[in-house]
Design a protein around this ligand. Structure first.
Ligand code: NGQ
Ligand code: ZN
Length: 416
């Protein structure tokens, strides 16, 4: 079903009330390396050389550092208008792969950061088993990500038991087809509760499509659609490289695509087939993924701008029934949010500062366009989540303390 183009936009005093935005894809620790992977390490730098830099950063994290960095990230998310986040979490063990004394120590750090800052968290413990499609063992730096199926299900179950319906939801993430053998995938999927959300990275890089074709004789999305019961419980992260059959198949399945425009641009992934996906009636949302940007405005703007740059046309996401690009984009993210996060989150809201000069004379039918396509001054004045107001007057209630701790932590991480 095509996403409804209607979103509740209301004036409230001088301000504009919009629904809270769901962030469908986050690796919180990567916030600590924003801007630190923008130097050449090799003449043909790519996603794969970036990953080496990212792994070096990942190796420095312990639960305390993860809590400090995730807290800062979630403060920034709330201030930007995200009220729920899906954490695709794979830093499970100590850096050498030894489980922590409390096996959920790293997950606990994320849960505490979300709870402390007041963002709703869909925690997605990640199953990560192999270093490639050929089934090779995990590399040194990947050891802390790994589980066997039994160990993974134990972790999943212990976290799943802690869902509270308001602040914490727990789903399953398969890191990627590269990292999860087919048999293991089947066993895990069969063991999950019937309503569990399932997220997977898929078809982000051309190399991954080629490797999948070489080993499994099918492209990644083709393989997944033919080997799993992909439906509305699923979120396919990136789904950048798709043929026509895959575009139609994803839309028909009811799965959500988590598009991460700023990260996909930063990593040189390629451009999602947005117009074709919308025409097929596909569901989609946004994620800030590696957090080189923490702003739904920037994700939505670049989702549209990427399409304009390659098509040399304008207003690509809009159509005759939904002429506002901004409102259409916001409606798309809202339509998928419950399926992807597991949270209904009906009352979550953000208030845009109606007194900002850039919104002078705004109307309900143009305020979202003006928010998204007017630059980088943050217009979010207040944020409401589950009856709380974590952001008032543009600032999170704990902004100074969280920032101070983050600063100390980051200095420590960078000194290692
Ligand atoms: C991740 N991030 O798991 O953090 C991945 C990189 C991989 C993105 N794909 C690692 N953007 O895919 O192997
Ligand atoms: Zn990711």
């Amino acid at each position: 079903m095509p996403p409804s183009p209607h979103v509740a936009i209301a004036s409230e005093g001088p301000d504009w009330r919009l629904p809270g935005i769901a962030n469908l894809h986050s690796h919180a620790f990567q916030r600590a390396m924003a801007g630190l992977a923008e130097r050449q390490t090799h003449p043909s730098d790519s996603f794969w050389t970036w990953r080496e830099t990212m792994y070096r950063m990942a190796a420095r994290f312990d639960p305390d550092a993860l809590h400090a960095v995730a807290s800062q990230l979630y403060v920034e998310m709330l201030e930007a208008g995200y009220t729920r986040v899906c954490e695709f979490h794979y830093l499970h063990h100590a850096p050498d792969g030894t489980p922590y004394a409390t096996p959920t120590a790293m997950s606990d750090a994320l849960v505490a950061a979300a709870r402390d800052t007041g963002i709703r968290l869909t925690l997605l413990p990640v199953l990560y088993m192999t270093g490639g499609f050929d089934g090779r063992a995990l590399g040194e730096r990947q050891k802390r990500f790994g589980h066997d199926v039994e160990g993974y299900l134990r972790l999943f179950e212990s976290l799943h038991a802690r869902r509270d319906g308001t602040w914490l939801e727990v789903g399953c993430a398969l890191h990627s087809l590269r990292a999860v053998p087919a048999d293991a995938m089947r066993v895990v999927l069969a063991a999950l509760p019937a309503d569990a959300r399932i997220h997977i990275h898929i078809a982000e890089q051309v190399g991954e499509v080629q490797d999948c074709l070489a080993v499994r004789d099918l492209r990644p999305v083709e393989w997944l659609l033919q080997n799993a019961d992909v439906d509305a419980r699923w979120t396919l992260v990136h789904a950048t490289h798709l043929n026509d059959w895959e575009v139609a198949g994803i839309a028909k399945s009811g799965a959500t695509v988590a598009i991460c425009p700023t990260t996909e641009a930063n990593l040189g992934d390629g451009l999602f087939r947005l117009r074709d996906h919308l025409d097929a009636g596909g569901a989609w949302g946004i994620g800030s993924d590696s957090h080189i940007s923490v702003s739904p405005v920037e994700e939505l703007r670049w989702l549209e701008y990427g399409q304009r740059l390659v098509t040399r046309h304008r207003n690509i996401a809009a159509d005759a029934t939904s002429p506002s690009v901004g409102a259409t984009l916001l409606a798309g993210t809202m339509a998928s949010a419950k399926n992807a996060t597991g949270f209904a989150a009906g009352d979550d809201a953000l208030l845009l500062d109606g007194g900002a000069p850039i919104l002078a004379g705004a109307r309900a039918d143009d305020v979202v366009d003006r928010w998204i396509f007017s630059g980088n001054r943050n217009l979010v004045r207040e944020v409401r989540v589950a009856g709380q107001r974590p952001v008032v007057d543009g600032a999170h209630r704990d902004r100074p303390a969280v920032a101070a701790r983050y600063t100390r932590t980051l200095r420590g991480l960078l000194a290692e």
